[in-house]
Design a protein around this ligand. Structure first.
Ligand SMILES: NC(=O)c1ccc[n+]([C@@H]2O[C@H](COP(=O)([O-])OP(=O)(O)OC[C@H]3O[C@@H](n4cnc5c(N)ncnc54)[C@H](O)[C@@H]3O)[C@@H](O)[C@H]2O)c1
Length: 359
């Protein structure tokens, strides 16, 4: 089995989840990292390289490399240079939002498979460019909505698709977290429309927002309000958003997100169906119309990242590689991820202009 050789672009907070996950992917190895801040790339290479404290997975020791069979991780400051390297098969994009589309397009057209962090892009137009580049290159494009791989999410999706609860009549989602001014000061691309593309919705709440639309189905129109309530001094984007969406069959779908809470509370999701309802707050509780209640406890699942990010990074990344190897379609494709980009555009348009936006 030929080993995939991978690279991570952007060595900030989330890159660690990718580098850790890569250690556990059978038949893949990180060979390069890139950051415009050289020290960050060097630190990542050191931590996840053969001698680093995060170590190297056993099977890599037998591969090509120096006499001990170990390869150092190469360090780049310029992603364009990294993309020229012919030995790199897969690129993980872990950079600020505004860079996702251009980097993905360049990498795909350069013959690399791309796994890109969320959001897919800032605009639907950019997301489409990414899919066009994928189609032209014949390479894989996947987007990191790792919460779709959480046991609770998969259970809810299966339950609704199984039809036991009947048609979805409505749903709601809530994300109430805490982000301090330092969080924005540490990475100045955050908190700015031009570079983050929005605030709590596009960055923190997007996973739950994506799950909600994944579970309810397509949305016909959107009405939203947003504001910067607590973080006025730190950011220009919204720290709070409330949304009413209407589904194709008239479903009423509510979403609320704020970074102004005192802690990162567990996210909440609820779907109300013809024959019962399902609610997730850590556990999943199904209440049927006849009063029967079933509780599924997912709290003991393996958590690889911060618990409120979900534990799916490892599962999603592993699946991405297995899909490429087996020629299977990757479930979180461009087509799947562009839906939330379209909805984000509608929400921000509606909130800015104070009108209902049809999709
Ligand atoms: N899936 C998740 O749960 C999750 C969680 C956190 C962040 N993210 C996403 O990951 C991405 C990065 O977020 P973060 O929190 O790690 O941000 P961060 O600011 O900690 O890291 C971004 C890194 O990219 C580097 N960078 C900037 N421009 C670059 C360029 N041109 N070339 C190479 N490197 C460059 C920066 O120097 C920085 O080290 C964002 O898209 C974010 O939404 C996803």
């Amino acid at each position: 089995m030929r080993e995939f050789r991978s690279a991570v672009i952007g060595c900030g907070l989330i890159s660690k989840n990718h580098l850790k996950a890569l250690k556990n992917v059978k038949g893949a190895r990180c060979v390069a990292v890139c950051d415009i801040v050289r020290e960050k790339a060097e630190a990542a290479a050191e931590l996840y390289g053969p001698e680093g404290s995060e170590g190297v997975k056993a099977e890599s020791l037998a591969g090509a490399g120096d006499a001990s069979g170990r390869d150092e991780i190469r360090v780049y400051e310029d992603y364009g240079e990294l993309l020229k390297a012919p030995d790199i098969d897969v690129v993980h994009i872990c950079t600020p939002h505004y860079l996702h589309a251009d980097m993905a397009v360049e990498a795909l057209l350069g013959g690399k498979h791309v796994l890109c962090e969320k959001p897919m892009a800032l605009t639907t137009k950019d997301a489409r460019r990414m899919m066009e580049a994928r189609d032209k290159s014949g390479k894989y494009l996947g987007i990191c909505f790792q919460n779709r791989y959480n046991e609770a999410s998969k259970y809810m999706k299966g339950l609704l698709e199984g039809g036991e609860l009947g048609a979805v009549m409505g749903g709601r989602g809530q994300v109430t977290w805490n982000r301090k001014p330092e969080y924005y000061a540490n990475s100045p691309w955050r908190g700015r429309w031009a570079t983050e593309g929005g605030g709590v919705l596009i960055n923190q709440a997007i996973h739950t927002f994506d799950l909600l639309q994944w579970l309810t189905g397509p949305v016909r129109c959107v009405e939203a309000g947003m504001g910067t309530r607590r973080l006025k001094e730190a950011i220009e984007v919204e720290d709070t958003v409330d949304i009413l969406m209407t589904g194709m069959e008239g479903q009423r779908i509510l979403f609320y997100a704020s970074n102004c809470y005192v802690k990162n509370a567990p996210v909440e999701l609820e779907l109300v169906c013809e024959k019962g309802s399902v609610k997730m707050v850590g556990n999943v509780v199904v209440t049927e119309r006849d009063g029967r209640v079933t509780t599924k406890d997912y709290s003991s699942g393996q958590v690889l990242g911060k618990d409120y990010w979900g534990s799916g990074h490892g599962f999603l990344i592993d699946d991405f590689y297995q899909c490429i190897r087996e020629g299977r379609e990757f479930p979180v494709s461009g087509e799947e991820a562009v839906v939330s980009v379209r909805l984000l555009e509608a929400v921000y348009g509606s909130a800015r202009e104070g009108r209902v936006v049809s999709l």
